[in-house]
Design a protein around this ligand. Structure first.
Ligand code: MYR
Length: 185
């Protein structure tokens, strides 16, 4: 009878991680599919995904700040870098590049070459207007709102729509200064 060679701890962990990532991707796919069935209009699905992402983002920021040891960013440029290099890595396992800054440093693009959310995904013609990964825009918007930054996050490129990458445009609309909660005497 053939015997399985024992595998090292690292190999087992790598396998568990891969299975977790696949489960996550498939679960997200099942949620999108259910929303399409329930809501029928892709525009409504886009809105719902964004709202779900926002609800996740406003909670996820605490975990992000606790686990990443990131402290206050000096400006929006640093914040964008932190999202792209630390946030995406922590929650999606990939990093993004930050490009196309506008002149006043309040709008930039986060470009993903790899996107684990779309593994195994092919959109039928009936879903042409769908922003399949719209949950991500909501997550970023929600997380930033919790650190006093009102943003608008929109998709510019989407490989499921035939583009060559995934590109999110993040625009800082308003930065609410945090108030010191105590009166100085
Ligand atoms: C600060 O200046 O207070 C720190 C701001 C850090 C914001 C980081 C937000 C992380 C968002 C993670 C998005 C992950 C998307 C998959």
């Amino acid at each position: 009878m053939a015997r399985l060679a024992p595998r090292s701890g690292d190999a087992i962990f790598a396998n568990v991680e891969r299975v977790n990532a696949e489960l996550f991707t498939l679960t997200y796919g099942a949620i999108v599919r259910q929303l399409i069935t329930d809501l029928e209009e892709v525009e409504e699905v886009n809105k719902q995904l964004d709202q779900m992402g926002y609800n996740i983002g406003i909670r996820l920021i605490d975990e992000f700040l606790a686990k990443s040891n990131v402290v206050r960013c000096v400006d929006f440029k640093e914040t964008a870098d932190v999202i792209a290099k630390v946030g995406f890595k922590m929650f999606l396992g990939v990093t993004a590049s930050v490009t196309n800054w506008d002149a006043d440093g309040t709008s930039c693009s986060l470009v993903l070459e790899e996107n684990p959310l779309v593994d195994f995904v092919e959109l039928p013609d009936t879903c042409q207007g769908l922003y399949y990964c719209n949950i991500l825009s909501g997550v970023i918007r929600g997380a930033l709102e919790m650190v006093s930054m009102k943003t608008e996050v929109t998709w510019v490129r989407d490989m499921l729509r035939g583009d060559d990458a995934y590109e999110l445009r993040v625009k800082l609309l308003k930065q609410v200064p945090e108030e010191y909660p105590y009166k100085d005497d």
